[in-house]
Design a protein around this ligand. Sequence first.
Ligand code: SAM
Length: 341
Amino acid sequence: MAGSRLDLIAPVAPALLIGARGFDDLSGFDPASSTVVQGLRPDHDALAGRGFTLLPTLGDLPPGDGTFQSAVVFLPRARALARARIAAAAAALPTGAALWIDGQKTDGIDAVVKEMRGLAPVDDVQARGHGKIFRVTVPAPGWLPADWAAADTRLPDGFVTRPGLFSADGVDPASALLAAHLPAKMPTRVVDLGAGWGWLSAQVLARPGIETLHMVEADADALACARLNVTDPRARFHWADATTFALPEPVNGVVMNPPFHDGRAADPKLGARFIRAAASLLTGAGRLWMVANRHLPYEAALAEHFGDVAEIGGDNRFKIISATGARRAAAPKGASRLRRR
Ligand SMILES: C[S@@+](CC[C@H](N)C(=O)[O-])C[C@H]1O[C@@H](n2cnc3c(N)ncnc32)[C@H](O)[C@@H]1O
């Protein structure tokens, strides 16, 4: 866990923390003088609840280098996002300030230490818990390659994505397979749980029948791209945790390609919670269409929450499931109502 090395450093306030998660031990930081950039809604809400100032995306950082005196970058696995976070922290700090970078070996911290040594003064490299934390003393502006700064990517088919997003380089094959198995005519009110940057939602809206499509996504960067990619007025955007998402009225369709990883750790229980959430959103006659990696054991969750479950297609990697007869569970604890942004 990233936070297990934070007690090794003494950051100067006011501090900027980019990418801290809800489970990180931030006890060495005074929430009153610390700002966290975190766009995953459950983590964002957990940290805001502890009194920190939260910003959902790097683009929300104030311009200039006067606000913060130190920063900690939590290294993500995606290299482009790691660079974007380092560039944002550097831009937010004055020359001479400490920029700490913390990361796991499995996320490439050793390569980052090496790369940063070639760009700036690096010291205080400390190892613990299969990872490292180290300090970069920020040189005068212009020390980082300009292309490290976060930039949206426009894919050849026109969709906009951002570093670190799921399937940022193109359409996910599982989503493409699911889209190929959707009916020619869709129900009137549909929810896309975990809508990402919006490709699957765009395919849903291209079919006749839809009156309203609710796009539910936990990642603020993904949802920002989805807003650019899906300009259809029938779309509603919800920055929310899909596993606790609720609407005032039930819908008659849900589509989803649920996540089964949280960071590096595989967590099939997350998909099971999406199945439960889908059932809680649907009418009894409504229908779920979902895609999953073939090896993922979702059958028990599907049987628990739906009366009629069928595999309607797939290949050796993915299975396409259609389910109806939702048994509406009581709204999950902490269920959100129409969180919009
Ligand atoms: C496998 S991707 C599918 C994305 C998109 N539907 C597509 O087809 O390309 C799963 C998405 O779920 C999002 N996600 C993960 N956990 C979530 C949660 N608790 N609530 C809402 N969205 C979540 C991820 O950010 C990711 O965009």
